[in-house]
Design a protein around this ligand. Structure first.
Ligand SMILES: [Ca+2]
Length: 293
């Protein structure tokens, strides 16, 4: 923990919605990464028939399904889905994209006020640019999330569930197989469904993860410059060496206190910039004053 200062900035009150993203795409004919055919030279060794546009969708196995597979492989039955293997609940779905969040048969009709998902970092940057804004730095994001509170575990304060009510769209139940939807939502919620933080910003905890502009290094954040830290010049994730990653913040509807507790304002996440996921979105910021030239 250390103190940093950030210059004044404005931040979108909500995550960017499907409706907002749709307007941007119509105006610019922008095509998101999930909708583009993957380039063979970026995926050496992958057979041509597998190089199809798509995105990664949350698709948890049931314990029974998992055990059927394990028995077939001669492995012991499990009593819970293990939490150390995220490949168990993430699946690459051909045709999945922001327009088709669960795959080609799904669409966003009636989901106008839900946060846009399956947007890669480059897609988020393109949207912000088109809006005359930019992605927040990780430090800006955390400052904004805390909403004026000092060193509190949650963006709303100290108690996890004040007054017995969940103040954010996160996961209740045994992740990833049991979602009790105690907070009212199984997946994403319309933006601004839950109360805002002290700065009037909605969903700074939960709903969807939000891209930041910074590259990810595990130890950078503990030793940043004290003035307007902008992230390291390079990226390294010890869990996946060789894959450059950008920072994400805020947690999502999939964050459980049994697993990542990613909805705390101190929690960090990272993902490769070309990856869209069904729980990842973003919001933009704008400098309060143009920088002096
Ligand atoms: Ca969020």
């Amino acid at each position: 923990m250390h103190q940093v200062n950030v210059d004044g900035f404005w931040m979108d009150k909500t995550e960017v919605t499907n409706e907002q993203f749709d307007k941007f795409v119509r105006a610019t004919t922008y095509v998101t990464i999930a909708e583009r055919k993957p380039d063979a030279k970026d995926f050496p060794g992958v057979p041509a028939e597998k190089l199809v546009p798509g995105s990664v969708v949350f698709s948890p196995p049931s314990l029974a399904e998992l055990n059927r597979e394990r028995v077939a492989e001669g492995l012991e039955k499990l009593t819970e889905v293990p939490l150390d293997d995220h490949f168990l609940w993430w699946r690459y779905v051909p045709g999945a994209s922001w327009r088709h969040p669960e795959g080609p048969q799904s669409d966003i009709n009636g989901r106008e006020t839900l946060p846009v998902v399956h947007v890669a970092w480059d897609d988020a940057v393109a949207y912000c640019k088109g809006a005359g804004k930019r992605l927040p730095t990780e430090a800006e994001w955390e400052y904004a999330a805390r909403g004026g509170l000092d060193r509190q575990p949650y963006v709303w304060g100290e108690e996890q569930k004040p007054g017995g009510k969940w103040p954010a769209n996160i996961w209740q139940g045994r992740f990833p197989t049991e979602n009790t939807t105690e907070d009212g939502f199984k997946t994403t919620a319309p933006v601004a469904t839950f109360p805002p933080n002290g700065f009037g910003l909605f969903d700074m905890a939960g709903n969807v993860w939000e891209w930041c502009s910074d590259w990810y290094l595990p130890d950078y954040y503990a030793h940043t410059p004290s003035k307007n830290p902008r992230g390291p010049d390079t990226s390294f994730d010890p869990n996946e060496p060789g894959v450059m990653k950008r920072v994400q913040r805020g947690g999502s509807f999939l964050c459980s206190d049994l697993y990542c507790i990613g909805y705390r304002p101190s929690a960090r996440m990272k993902s490769s910039p070309d990856t869209g996921l069904s729980h990842t979105g973003f919001r933009c910021v704008k400098d309060a004053r143009p920088p002096k030239s």
